[in-house]
Write a protein that binds this ligand. Structure first.
Ligand code: SF4
Length: 249
């Protein structure tokens, strides 16, 4: 399918998904053909999506980026989730040579020193493994929500990802956190215990802190940086990131 056709298809699917419930949205995404991949961080939104995929046995590959710097609670939740739903969550690790090269250039925890060093670490531990997770995929499902941050306020249900040449589906785009919490409580969805300790958004352990009352949901991510639009690069076009040479991504 051409780029123009995929853009048009994304717009058409976006309009269609607005009137569907979550299971219907995921069913539609699974029916689009080709390899359909859902990438989960094991955060509460992603656990809701995993729950619906698992309940309905949708033909969707579930993958996670095992960065090597995750909280032990997150790592434990991967196995717990697999057991609960009888599914395999495919783990994508960073390459040892990339991690070693990063440590040699910046230091293992060099991400605290500059935005460039931080994006380089995310590049090695997240963006490159994501590229492997999405190899051959025609549809990529995420747990992005508009309410998570100002940066995500315009998240559509379906968009054309030109960089990866696939359809990106965000079936929870219009859900708020109260609705997420209700479903989790009603259906006993397994979630990360860190959520109840002040971590609404959970990434790598050295780069995530609990938030304070009144702070935005993602205020605890890379909290030492001043940029309000902090992201790891997974959901940001490469051109929008601070200057990095391509080997760092
Ligand atoms: S979140 Fe932190 S530790 Fe994880 S990949 Fe990014 S910079 Fe590295």
């Amino acid at each position: 399918m051409t780029i123009m056709n995929l853009s048009q298809e994304a717009q058409s699917l976006n309009d269609k998904m607005a009137g569907l419930d979550l299971a219907e949205r995921l069913s539609l995404a699974a029916s689009l053909g080709g390899r359909v991949v859902f990438t989960t961080s094991l955060g509460i939104e992603d656990q809701v999506i995993t729950h619906v995929i698992g309940q309905n046995r949708f033909d969707i590959d579930v993958a996670t980026l095992e960065t090597g710097r995750l909280f032990p609670e997150t790592v434990a939740l991967i196995a717990e989730t697999e057991a609960r739903y009888g599914m395999t969550i495919n783990r994508y690790f960073p390459l040892k040579e990339d991690v070693d090269a990063y440590a040699a250039q910046y230091g293992l925890n060099g991400f605290y020193d500059s935005v460039e060093a931080r994006h380089a670490c995310c590049g090695v531990r997240k963006v490159k493994p994501l590229a492997r997770a999405l190899t051959g995929a025609s549809v990529w499902i995420t747990g992005l929500r508009r309410g998570q941050s100002g940066n995500r306020a315009d998240t559509p249900f379906v968009e054309y990802d030109a960089e990866r040449n696939l359809l990106k589906v965000n079936p929870l785009a219009d859900w708020d956190i109260e609705r997420i919490n209700c479903l989790v409580a009603d259906e006993a969805v397994p979630i990360n215990p860190l959520h109840s300790r002040g971590y609404p958004s959970i990434g790598c352990e050295p780069c995530t802190r609990a938030i304070k009352p009144g702070e935005s949901e993602r205020a605890g991510r890379w909290w030492w940086e001043n940029d309000e639009k902090r992201e790891c690069g997974l959901h940001v076009p490469e051109a929008a990131l601070p200057s990095l040479n391509s080997s760092e991504l």
